[in-house]
Design a protein around this ligand. Structure first.
Ligand SMILES: [Zn+2]
Length: 280
């Protein structure tokens, strides 16, 4: 590509800059940035594209947690409670998607994200019950639309989940390893779904896999009051304490939601036991 972008106004380094410029190198990465006069001087032969003062150039947004196929559910069943929505809307539609359907749905969803300024997405992807073909469709859609993808490949073995989502811990390990080997340049990590959708055996396997493969681990935590009630009933502990009990919170853990947590649990998570939070 090799193009110099001149911005009358830009956000860079956390502040607004005027007459700012950056250079996109042949590999698509930013190779230089700073005041226009300086950047121009260092890149005198590079062609220029300029944005006027009525445009503010900002860094790409990051979508930290996505289930992109849910665009198929827009405008339908959004007044239902979570359990009914999951069972009679989400599971009813998404579980039936073919690999080809997944490809086109993700082309549409990723294109929408890019049009909205989202350049990176962490996709928490469920449809792994019959192998990696569906996940490969997601990787292809990301490559072809140009979005930067972290594929958080879900691991689920709860009996209430549709077969299209469910796999044994051994299959999850073997298939995830195969996918990471087949796509060594892709960012593929794991996502043991949650306390209610992954068994203790699966959660422990996920902790081991994350450690042995030095890969991140995304997990839904305390998303609803029902999550907390179910955890208390099943384990006699809140979701954070139950997950902490199996060693799930490490420097490689990305905690998703964590809405119903106590001050003590916030402190536990905040002591650096996990990498980051995504709250929606
Ligand atoms: Zn989610």
């Amino acid at each position: 590509m090799n193009e110099l972008i001149r911005c009358a106004r830009a956000i860079a380094g956390g502040r607004q800059r005027e007459d700012f410029a950056f250079v996109i190198g042949d590999d698509g990465a930013i190779s230089d940035a700073g005041d226009y006069a300086d950047v121009r001087g260092r890149n005198s032969a590079v062609s220029t594209r300029a944005f006027p003062a009525d445009r503010l150039i900002v860094p790409g947004f990051v979508n930290g947690h996505s289930h992109a196929y849910q665009i198929l559910l827009r405008g339908w069943a959004d007044d239902w409670g979570f359990d009914r929505w999951r069972k009679d809307a989400l599971y009813r539609v998404v579980a039936r998607l073919s690999s080809d359907d997944v490809y086109w749905v993700f082309v549409a969803a990723f294109s929408e994200m890019l049009a909205a300024g989202i350049t990176s997405v962490a996709e928490f992807f469920y449809l792994n019950g019959s192998g990696n073909a569906h996940a490969e469709s997601v990787l292809r859609a990301a490559q072809e639309t140009g979005i930067r993808l972290v594929l958080a490949r879900a691991w689920m073995d709860a009996v209430h989940a549709p077969e299209a989502f469910r796999e044994t811990p051994d299959d999850a390990v073997a298939r995830t390893s195969a996918l990471r080997s087949a796509y060594p340049s892709a960012a593929i990590c794991i996502a043991p779904h949650s306390l209610h959708a992954a068994s203790e055996t699966m959660l422990r396997a996920a902790v081991d896999f994350s450690r042995e493969n030095a890969c991140d681990l995304h997990v839904h935590v305390a998303e609803t009051r029902e999550d907390v009630a179910l955890s208390m009933e099943t384990f006699g502990k809140t979701p954070v304490l139950a997950l902490d009990g199996v060693g799930l919170f490490t420097q490689r853990t990305v905690v998703v939601h964590a809405i119903y947590v106590t001050d003590e649990e916030k402190a536990l998570l905040g002591r650096g036991a996990c990498a980051s939070f995504v709250t929606q």
